[in-house]
Design a protein around this ligand. Structure first.
Ligand SMILES: Cc1cc2nc3c(=O)[nH]c(=O)nc-3n(C[C@H](O)[C@H](O)[C@H](O)COP(=O)(O)O)c2cc1C
Length: 168
């Protein structure tokens, strides 16, 4: 298996449980790095050309606009090709009960025919929900495996769960 771990994650002010917190390293990034260690794959963090605001409320405003208007943010570091990889671990935070639009920017940039995609997310709910179906229909031609959802405050105590899912 030649694996690519590609993800989006945002540091800054967030709401964890019912408290506002300043996050130094995004929760999804922590999970992505764990997956990289297990697989030895290549790791890419998607960087938007226009950075998301540090403040939660401003970020929320932009995320909402992108979601409602289906805006595809420009990614400044899209790889030229993903042909070399057969398995793609695709990670993101849940935003508006879906994947952030920057993930759509990634999905639309490539052909996924014949690839296996393993989606993972961190969120406040701990479930993957209807995103499974959304991703299956968005990533044409790929086998989209069951997604892994981790509650943001459990990312550091989920190593066994992550390893089991990676190896499924
Ligand atoms: C703009 C925004 C929208 C969010 N929407 C949801 C949501 O709909 N459901 C949910 O469970 N969590 C939601 N969250 C919480 C994030 O999914 C959660 O904090 C996640 O772990 C953040 O990952 P990151 O640190 O890698 O960016 C939202 C957070 C932000 C900033």
């Amino acid at each position: 298996m030649k694996a690519l771990i590609v993800y989006f994650s945002r540091a800054g002010e967030n709401i964890v449980g019912d408290k506002r917190e300043i996050i130094e390293k995004g929760f999804t990034e922590i999970v992505a790095e764990k997956i990289q260690k297990i697989t030895g794959g290549a790791l890419i963090k998607l960087e938007p050309e226009e950075e998301y605001p540090f403040g939660y409320d401003d970020c929320n405003k932009r995320a909402r606009k992108e979601y409602e208007e289906n805006i595809l943010p420009v990614v400044k570091n899209l790889p030229a090709s993903i042909d070399a990889y057969d398995t793609i671990f695709l990670g993101f935070p849940l935003w508006y009960r879906s994947y952030p639009r920057i993930i759509s920017s990634f999905i639309r940039a490539y052909s996924f025919v014949g690839k296996t995609v393993k989606p993972f997310c961190t969120n406040e709910e701990g479930t993957f929900g209807i995103m499974q179906l959304e991703l299956q229909s968005a990533i044409k031609g790929a086998i989209v495996k069951d997604g892994l959802a981790i509650h943001s405050y459990n990312v550091n105590s989920s190593d066994d769960l992550i390893e089991k899912w990676v190896k499924e």
